[in-house]
Design a protein. Structure first.
Ligand SMILES: [Zn+2]
Ligand SMILES: [Zn+2]
Length: 451
């Protein structure tokens, strides 16, 4: 009942806020992040699905300034190719850069042209801007973007933005749930992951602090930001999960298929937080993620198709080196945790590495997880599987199911992560009870839409 009242309250908040959200003009300014930790500026290395050699940057709101720096001289005697140049992109105007044999060349919609070639461009915005790369969805970014010419003739992209911005974008991107408590859990999980990734200095040898892939947290700008996430984010203290007083890197996946595996079985990491468990509450109906479209799946692979995958991915295209594979270790959940490739040679690997390689080769809709049984046919094999992803940590669809059963975000997190406590990222005590924090007396204004 309390959960239903809470849903109604949020619906009311949404309705009250909607007129402001849909108006592009005169929308409220972007609210400040709720905490010092979330206001931290970090450098995110943007890895897109293909190498970038040309792109367009458009000032969507506010003005962008750009500074072009010369290509550094190769030796002390080489003259510099050009001088530093700068300019601005007015709102709705744009700039296109391209890598040519001279370096980065730039042209703006307002007529400026820099054809001599540069080594680096820094674009800083006081609002938001679009980064458009041909054939990819545009990335809506804020803060500062560094575009650096690389030796291979492509550019490296680093966006300097805030932790709060990454949390909102990442949760909007990964969450399959419309539920308030599930999304609150994902916000806490995302913040915990970022804090742990920064503390672990996962990118100490790079020119950035975090990457935008699953290695740290997916971040593809604000293009997909959902209003519900914006509102929930503004309304919550900056909780993170800790275990024995420390943040940790929480794992998550889309759907476990009813059984979560341990980090020990899947990754070979001794870890008391990511333990195996059934994703169901006894006496409360079916599995928490039973409503996922990936709960059950079937895919048929021909022998040739599988052999091509093995040879391209694991043998550098060499034929007959690996012809087939078989499972050699399976955990209690039925997840294949170790496989053997064989043909002229033999190789063993973790199941999760095999899964990632299959995703790279076939796409994420083919072999959805390593939890499947094999049914050999005459020339094909049928894979009958359950769930999507590695199956460790938080089952996102299960969290959605638990929220639908009336669970709070704190209880959802404690269900998937053993022995954790909630604390504030910026210091101060965490919540004293298991109930979600009380909302504000009047709804705060949400962030401006960024579509
Ligand atoms: Zn990373
Ligand atoms: Zn599940």
């Amino acid at each position: 009942m309390a959960a239903r009242r809470s849903v109604l309250r949020w619906l009311m908040v949404l309705i009250v806020c909607l007129p402001g959200l849909t108006s592009a003009q005169g929308a409220p300014p972007q609210p400040a992040p709720p905490s010092a930790f979330d206001a931290t500026r970090v450098r995110v290395g943007l890895s897109l699905r293909k190498p970038v050699t040309t792109a367009r940057i458009q000032a969507l709101r506010g003005t962008c300034r750009y500074v072009l720096s010369p290509i550094p001289a190769a030796s002390g005697t080489d003259p510099l190719l050009s001088q530093e140049r700068s300019g601005k992109i007015a709102e709705e105007e744009d700039l296109t850069f391209q890598v040519t044999h001279r370096g980065l060349t730039v042209r703006t919609s307002e007529g400026a042209e820099y054809a001599e070639g540069f080594g680096k461009m820094v674009v800083s915005s006081d609002g938001v801007f679009n980064l458009e790369v041909y054939n990819l969805s545009p990335l809506i970014l804020s803060g500062r973007l560094e575009i650096t010419l690389l030796d291979d003739g492509t550019v490296g992209l680093v966006n300097e933005t805030t932790i709060g911005e990454i949390i909102r974008s990442a949760v909007s991107e990964i969450s399959p749930s419309p539920e308030i408590e599930a999304n609150k859990a994902f916000i806490v999980m995302a913040r915990t992951r970022l804090k742990a990734a920064l503390e672990q200095k996962r990118h100490a040898s790079d020119t950035f602090d975090l990457c935008n892939t699953d290695h740290c947290l997916p971040f593809h700008g604000q293009g997909s930001n959902r209003e519900l996430i914006e509102i929930l984010y503004q309304d919550m203290p900056d909780f993170v999960m800790t275990a024995q007083g420390k943040v940790f890197l929480p794992y998550y996946h889309e759907c476990c298929g009813g059984k979560v595996s341990s980090a020990k079985d899947v990754f070979g990491i001794d870890d008391p937080i990511h333990v195996a468990r059934e994703d169901r509450i006894v006496g409360k109906g079916s599995e928490n993620c039973f409503h996922s479209s990936s709960f059950y799946w079937t895919r048929e692979f021909s022998q040739e198709e599988m052999a091509d995958f093995l040879s391209v991915t694991f043998a550098g295209g060499g034929t007959r080196i690996f012809l087939r594979w078989d499972p050699i270790k399976t955990d209690a959940a039925g997840r294949i945790t170790e496989v053997r490739l064989f043909g002229r040679r033999e190789r063993k690997m973790r199941g999760v590495d095999f899964l990632e390689a299959a995703w790279d080769y076939f796409g994420i809709n083919s072999l959805k997880s390593m939890r499947f049984t094999l049914e050999p046919m005459r020339r094909t094999t049928i894979y009958r599987g359950m769930g999507r992803g590695h199956g460790v940590g938080c089952c996102l669809m299960g969290a959605d199911g638990l929220a639908k059963k009336g669970w709070s975000f704190e209880d959802i997190l404690k269900f998937y992560f053993a022995g954790i406590t909630l604390t504030k990222a910026s210091g101060g005590p965490g919540p004293a009870t298991a109930s979600p924090p009380a909302g504000p007396s009047s709804p705060r204004k949400p962030a401006r839409p960024r579509r």
